[in-house]
Design a protein around this ligand. Sequence first.
Ligand code: R5P
Length: 263
Amino acid sequence: MSWGLSNRVSRLTKDGRMVMLAVDHGYFQGPTTGLENPRATVTPLLPYADSLMLTRGVLRTSVDPSQKLPIVLRVSGGTSILKELSDEVVTTSIEEAIRLNASAVAVSIFVGSEHEKETLANLSELVNEGERYGMPVLAVTAVGREMARDARYLGLACRIAAELGASLVKTYYCEDFHKVVEGCPVPVLIAGGKKLPEKDALQLAFNAVSEGAVGVDMGRNIFQSSNPVGMIKAVRAVVHEGKTADEALRVLGGEQAAKARLR
Ligand code: R5P
């Protein structure tokens, strides 16, 4: 691994773990609930994230360039929720990622879906370009509508991503998740998925890191919470301090009580 690539990966990590805040959903979902005004959503959360995952459009319009948070730039897209989701292309060049001072680029792969081959080619081409410039690639194992989220399927997708050269892989938590991690020779992060009750989302994060995930790349379970700042602090407590879901819920409760006192 080149020095530059290793350095960029290390920027994403604190104490060997990662809390990546995902706010890239609009690239195919449009103005997702909670992200209608990206600047308003993201700004208060920045102090508590280790890195921020988003598209160049939201980065350029909604994030102050003076902030120091490492950026993971979503560079695949070209589809919407109205069409076949796997039909993605690479939307943003490595040169643009470097101009935006990104610490990594992110691309989705759709293993088993209609455009599996094209999305694996997108990943491979980005890895080739990334090697040239020292830019790590985060592969996102997107789950097509028909795909089961089990260890067999997610293990297959994660391993393929690693074999093609991804530096990091983002996937979903599932039963026997440790098998997914064991079969994937690069660090694995989990997405949060659809909004869950806070305790369930914290339990998901706890289970994932207990079974070997390096951290979370979480979006909706943070920014759709009634208390997004409290929720990201609670997620940090799980990922970085090894707190249980119940302990982290007290972090969230404390944040809520402090907010109420200020009212
Ligand atoms: C999905 O395609 C996006 O890449 C999101 O970043 C990802 O799903 C993580 O966000 P969430 O925790 O909301 O699932």
